[in-house]
Write a protein of this length. Structure first.
Lengths: 478, 454
């Protein structure tokens, strides 16, 4: 854990100028102030920034960028610090940029079906605000109660509804971005069609703060689906559940949610949430469909039939909205509930094409056994995005090494099956050593060229995405 | 200000005493942030969140930072409402961490003489001695009744007090006389057959300043069919000490209460103040390192139950209950909700009263800013939180705000004053309202009988 770095602090002159921009009350370089922004939700990463700055508007962000560019001070934009790839851990120091003053919903445009927001808006607040108008913002990352839209955009967050509605990327129409040199650019707009030049909007979404600072976003909204139904299918056989997922899709049904929880996960979630989940079965599928009533009913029936044909031991439809909500809450709490088992929780998001889910789940089980680890698997089975999670203890070095080796094998397997090392958490520092496995040297070079062009001094969230050294891939070659 | 030596001692004590597993258990997921009143009111300052405070405690243990003024400030500004625990998926017992940290700081920091004197006077001189509590309350009663209060208010003498104390003076209840506070009952029989045998934890402030509420509680228990035992050797629960960095004193008080109750053959020990109940419920944690007392504390804690739970168990909500038509809202007592996990029972009881239109206020589960003596020591943050609370209460258009803890009750009264609603809105303890409703129903039944016979 590299907490204190030996490096020059922000020069006095730069500090003075930064304070001139944001005011002394929005510049904090006390030890306490820095410490509480030295981490995010990623285990085992902590590093102190040199200062924490809370700008009030785009102009101030641009001024900050200019000063930092001049003095080569790293900038780490941070929402609520809930990401799981150490994306907002200031590994090379510099300043952490907060958006708690830039947290307003600027407009909900009911004619163009868009919402224009500042980056500090909490995801759930936006969801609620648009729902009041009968509209729908589908991305729902697990931490939506506290994550910010700015953070969601930078990480291209997914969520439970990704299978049918896509992820954050699919709902960002336009951005205002402050570049490393302090230039302010606007990409896209309230437009369904726009081919004027490169699609920079898509470039910035998911760029993890390494290319620029998002200061405003125009998001796509859709009409609120009329109804929604929820059901639970229980299996005595893990692979039967995975096969059901593939079959549902192959039968041309795209449910809004198709979530998977294995037995160890179920036990922990039930212990935490006490909602009457069965804990004696090997796997559970949480299936939801939304849309017009007739369509929902037809799809639910078809899916129930498929589950039964795949030897589901029971298929139950939630009888009330409360029941359905309780089931969803359970799935949402899965990650954190696992934290109750051991002090440290390593959560990954290896992702495969959905046709390969059964193989991936089987491989995870075998790998867990090989390294004698407990790995609980849950996740967004419908889009192939699994969360193999290992409850462990960071103080046990020997076990941590086994954990690392197991996850290396899991990543390798995912790539072998045509998948990726991360489906929705991002690369950050955590996955940087593995990125080349997925992209190859040419892919990395292309990305580095983009980075070099937009941020030649490497001040934008340095140390993320690109690793100083790449892991040797010993397990498989492709 | 702490000296360098004090900081070093505090740091060492952190390393020796803070529960490392509990600190490690926080996975920094951030789920606690939206539940934390100080995080919200401070404009999303991480240092004012549970996650931030745990990170600070851990950093002190790890030696990354010194326990300086800012660390202390972050810990002081915590309400200790423990709303974060209810939403923490990893089950981190934040309240225990906070208590330990505050105790370490209080025990190693040389406070200014006046502060030390006041702490000694309050923690050691007053609260543990019930006869002194009675005398102090009687003195307050004399102040209220002798005309001195009127004089003090008129002459502006009160302006010498800090604003927060001045406001508190205005909302204190009219207290009982010394005579009334003596001769407390030790045993009461139920109306009708015995359905349950219970003990009653009377508390220190509750049995003096809020004696009327205690009497109402006892009356309700009788109406519900309880034989009630009130052991005279009990005393202050020690919550104030525990939360204020005087754990050793809290332990002594805990032992006194355990001894007072453990021999009784009762189904449960009833409390009517969320703050006290929660602290009693955690005596097992308080005495976990004391081999002689640990098991006894566990047995004691297992019997603690809030009055509303006991009443619901006995079907009190099915009895006739009636008040004049009014809209009511309920403000959770944080420790009743977050530690004792009692939230549904009070609502169920309130909804059962004829004439009541119950309207849930937004964020009813968020702290009102009272938090023990927080409103006196951190008035600015407390009033900010209170004003938000009153906005939420106003939206319900309730004319009665019900709470279940004396501190919350005073804070609600203060909030009503601040919001200029004194004539139109009242704040009451739930047991007082329930008794009003039970007696109201009896009165109407009486009237109906008269009409029927005439």
């Amino acid at each position: 854990m590299d907490v204190e770095r030996v490096r020059p602090l922000i020069p006095n002159e730069a500090k003075k100028r930064l304070i001139q921009v944001v005011g002394a009350e929005n510049y904090d370089d006390t030890k306490t102030g820095r410490l509480v922004y030295s981490y995010d939700a990623t285990p085992q990463f902590q590093s102190l920034p040199d200062a924490v700055i809370a700008p009030r508007n785009t102009k101030e962000v641009a001024e900050i960028a200019k000063i930092c560019n001049e003095y080569r001070i790293p900038i780490v934009p941070r929402g609520s610090g809930t990401n799981l790839c150490a994306g907002t851990c200031p590994v090379e120091g510099g300043i952490v940029l907060l958006f708690n003053h830039m947290n307003r919903i600027l407009e909900i445009d009911e004619e163009n079906l868009t919402a224009t927001v500042q980056p500090g808006v909490v995801t759930l607040d936006l969801t609620k605000a648009v729902e009041e108008k009968g509209l729908f913002y589908p991305p729902d990352p697990g931490s939506m109660k506290i994550s910010t839209i700015g953070g969601n955009i930078s990480e291209n967050s997914g969520g439970l509804r990704g299978l049918k509605y896509g992820v954050t990327r699919d709902y960002v129409l336009g951005l205002e971005v402050v570049l490393a040199n302090g230039d302010v650019i606007r990409t896209g707009g309230k437009l369904a069609k726009d081919v004027a030049g490169y699609d920079l909007t898509r470039l910035f979404v998911g760029s993890e703060g390494t290319l620029g600072i998002v200061t405003e976003a125009t998001l796509k909204l859709i009409p609120m689906p009329e109804t929604k139904q929820t059901m639970l299918a229980l299996y005595q056989d893990l692979e039967a559940a995975a096969r059901s997922v593939s079959k549902i899709i192959a039968n041309k049904i795209i449910p809004v949610t198709l979530e998977f929880l294995d037995q160890p996960t179920l036990e922990v979630v039930e212990d935490f949430a006490r909602i009457g989940l069965p804990t004696d079965v090997k796997a559970v599928l949480l299936i939801e469909q939304d849309g017009p009533k007739e369509v929902v009913e037809r799809d639910m029936k078809k899916m129930a039939d498929i589950c039964r044909a795949e030897q589901a031991v029971s298929v139950q439809l939630a009888r009330s909205e409360e029941e359905a909500e309780a089931l969803r809450t359970a799935r949402r709490a899965a990650l954190s509930a696992l934290a109750r088992l051991k002090p440290t929780t390593i959560l990954e998001d290896a992702t495969v094409p959905r046709s390969e889910i059964a193989k991936m789940v089987k491989a995870i089980n075998e790998i867990a056994e090989k390294y004698q680890l407990k790995i609980c698997t849950f996740g967004h089975a419908g889009d192939g995005n699994l969360h193999p999670t290992c409850p462990t203890d960071a103080r046990n070095r020997e076990e941590m090494e086994r954990v690392e080796r197991a996850f290396e094998e899991i990543f390798a397997k995912a790539i072998e099956l045509g998948g990726t090392i991360t489906g929705e958490h991002g690369v950050g520092v955590m996955k940087a050593p593995y990125l080349e496995w997925k992209l190859g040297p040419a892919g990395i070079a292309a990305m580095k060229a983009v980075k070099q062009a937009l941020d030649p001094n490497n001040i934008m969230n340095p140390g993320k995405v690109f690793a100083k050294s790449t892991r040797k891939r010993v397990v498989v070659t492709r | 200000m702490t000296t360098k030596i004090e900081r070093a001692l505090i740091q060492k004590a952190f390393q020796e005493r803070m529960d490392e597993d509990e600190l490690m258990n926080c996975m920094r997921c951030g789920f606690c942030l939206p539940s934390c009143p100080t995080y919200i009111e401070s404009g999303q300052q991480e240092a004012q969140s549970p996650r931030g405070r745990i990170a600070l405690m851990k950093a002190v243990v790890d030696g990354l930072i010194e326990p300086d003024e800012e660390v202390e400030r972050a810990l002081n500004l915590c309400l200790g409402c423990r709303a974060c625990e209810s939403v923490c998926p990893s089950g981190v017992r934040y309240g225990h961490l906070l208590e330990e940290a505050r105790d370490i700081i209080a025990q190693h920091k040389k406070m200014p003489l006046p502060v030390r004197l006041i702490r000694k006077l309050v923690f050691a001189g007053l609260f543990p001695h019930q006869e002194r509590m009675r005398k102090a309350t009687a003195f307050l009663g004399w102040y209220q009744r002798s005309g001195l209060r009127t004089l003090a208010r008129k002459t502006g003498l009160l302006r010498l007090l800090p604003a927060s104390f001045r406001q508190m003076e205005r909302v204190l209840p009219d207290v009982p006389t010394a005579k009334e506070m003596k001769n407390r009952p030790h045993r009461l029989n139920p109306d009708g057959t015995v359905k349950k045998r219970v003990a009653f934890f009377a508390g220190c402030l509750m049995d003096t300043m809020f004696m009327e509420t205690n009497d109402a509680t006892l009356r309700l228990l009788q109406l519900a069919g309880c034989e009630v035992i009130i052991p005279p050797s009990q005393g202050c629960c020690g919550a104030l000490h525990g939360h204020g960095g005087e754990k050793e004193m809290a332990k002594e008080l805990a032992k006194r209460n355990i001894s007072a109750f453990e021999q009784l053959d009762v189904d449960c020990i009833v409390t009517n103040a969320g703050g006290c109940g929660a602290f009693l419920l955690e005596y097992d944690h308080l005495l976990k390192d004391d081999s002689e007392w640990r098991d006894r504390a566990e047995a004691f804690a297992a019997k603690i139950k809030d009055i509303s739970e006991v009443l619901v168990e006995l079907g009190f909500h099915q009895l006739p209950l009636r008040v004049a038509p009014q809209t009511i809202t309920y403000q959770d007592s944080c420790h009743l909700r977050n530690v004792m996990k009692t939230a549904a029972a009070p609502r169920r009881l309130l909804r059962a009263i004829d004439g009541v239109e119950f309207r849930e206020m937004n964020d009813a589960d968020r702290c009102c800013g009272s938090a023990g003596i927080y409103n006196l020591v951190e008035p600015e943050m407390s009033m900010q939180i209170l004003d938000h609370k009153m906005e939420m209460a106003k939206q319900t258009k309730a004319t009665t705000i019900v709470t279940a803890n004396p501190g919350c009750l005073l804070q609600m009264k203060l909030g009503i004053e601040r919001a200029g609603l004194s004539g139109s809105v009242r704040a009451v303890h739930i047991v007082d309202l329930l008794l009003e409703a039970a007696e109201g129903a009896q009165a109407t039944q009486g009237e109906e009988r008269i009409r029927q016979t005439s």
